[in-house]
Design a protein around this ligand. Structure first.
Ligand code: GLY
Length: 415
């Protein structure tokens, strides 16, 4: 499960209010690379065919790899991977069971690019249709358009034979009810990018936290959320995630495609689209160069056209690793490299060059509960930690002065 808004507070970065990227930062990056267990494979030792994806797709790589190796189309292989989490009601980051918007309605976004035919398709804010990644392919194949949104996209999907179904599972509904109870008034912003935004005070306020958590726990119990999942549900309420999956696939002929799918930011404003349906942000594939995709803070990625930036960087000679780190530096630049703000941003890129070289990079190493990982299959299936731009972990957003320990456990809300 790729959850991007955010894991908790690491002590390591609590003290690191940076004024800019410096030689020290670069040393920290190198050190992080050295320290990283199972670090992402450096560019150059590449194999084809190969599939890379966000780690919530790892269980679906075997079947997709066999399909690709047997001559299956690269986009169809990538779509097979992301269909797994889309169909899984226990993955609350995409498709069926995705966390809903503030009105309790699941709205999905997806896009795809097919390298061999140089085509693209996209859908945004789609309700009642589970496999929106396949709908984005249908837009690509059966219309003269690239992007359909909202009701029009839903009606198109139904016309193409996709079934309408209720995407709000009982689990996700209960978490949404808990969120509604907690947020007596809706919080719409302003966000981090607002010039007036100030980092929160760092005083502990432990009592306040205890009261909040206790109230949430009581309400979670009343809603019938099982005790073992209560902290995971509370975590999602306090720090709405932006779970997503991206996948890129390359065959032995050098054909390459990519796709990205998501339920977007939990409890978002209805109609909010993040980066995932934006060609060039959530996903970009160029048959001449390679493919890239993103999970994490959608708004930040849109502003740097992340996936497109990475592919263009590779076109101009950068390795996948260099290309990805450069895109992350652009996000950092948008905040004048101010880590007191950047610590609330999370971004991971999955990068595959046409020769099979790949990289997984992230702004931070992960969140308190886990490292960011890229899943890879090139005949051997594995998960590898990403190479971070900054050492340390990202913080929850919206920010709170201190996050209690019980919320920093690895608490995936999966039955
Ligand atoms: N990256 C997914 C989103 O922000 O919606």
């Amino acid at each position: 499960m790729s959850i991007s808004r955010r894991g908790f507070i690491g002590s390591a970065i609590a003290a690191s209010v940076a004024t800019g990227l410096s030689a020290q930062d670069l040393n920290a990056q190198d050190k992080a690379k050295d320290d990283a267990p199972r670090a992402a494979q450096p560019s150059g030792t590449s194999k084809r065919p190969i599939i890379v994806c966000a780690n919530n797709g790892v269980n679906y790589l075997d079947a997709a790899f066999i399909f690709l190796k047997n001559g299956g189309d690269t986009l169809d292989a990538a779509l097979r991977v992301v269909k797994g989490p889309e169909d899984d009601p226990n993955d609350d980051s995409v498709g069926l069971g995705g966390l809903p918007n503030e009105e309790g309605v699941v709205e999905l976004d997806a896009c795809c690019m097919h390298g061999p035919t140089r085509r693209a398709g996209s859908v945004g804010g789609v309700r009642n249709i589970k496999n929106v990644s396949a709908v984005s392919k249908a837009v690509m194949e059966h219309t003269g358009h690239v992007m359909l949104v909202g009701e029009g996209a839903e009606r198109f999907a139904v016309a193409m034979g996709f079934p309408r179904e209720n995407l709000l599972t009982e689990h996700s509904r209960k978490i949404w009810l808990l969120w509604k109870e907690h947020h007596s008034t809706d919080w719409w912003g302003p966000g981090l990018a607002d010039p007036q935004w100030k980092p929160p005070s760092t005083s502990p306020q432990a009592e306040l936290w205890e009261q909040r958590i206790q109230r949430l726990e009581e309400h979670a119990a009343q809603l019938g959320i099982e005790p073992e999942f209560r902290m995971a549900a509370i975590r999602r309420v306090l720090f709405p995630p932006t779970g997503t999956i991206h996948c890129s696939a390359l065959n032995d002929k050098g054909e390459i495609s990519g796709c990205t799918t998501t339920s977007g930011l939990a409890f978002k404003l209805p109609g909010r689209c993040g980066d995932s349906p934006i060609i060039g942000a959530g996903c970009y594939t160029d048959q001449d160069v390679g493919s890239a995709g993103a999970t994490g803070s959608g708004e930040e990625n849109i502003k740097v056209a992340g996936a497109h930036t990475i592919v263009e960087n590779m076109r101009h000679g950068m390795s996948p690793l260099e290309a990805g780190l450069d895109a992350l530096k652009r996000i950092a630049r948008n905040y004048n490299n101010d880590r007191s703000k950047l610590k609330f941003i999370d971004m991971t890129y999955y990068i595959l060059r046409k020769d099979g070289a790949y990289a997984g990079v992230s702004l931070w190493e992960g969140y308190s509960t886990r490292r960011h990982q890229i899943a890879v299959h090139d005949g051997t299936k594995r998960s590898e930690v990403t190479v971070p731009l900054f050492k340390g972990v990202s913080h929850e957003f919206p920010p709170f002065p201190v996050t209690p320990k019980e919320l920093t456990q690895d608490s995936v809300y999966v039955k």
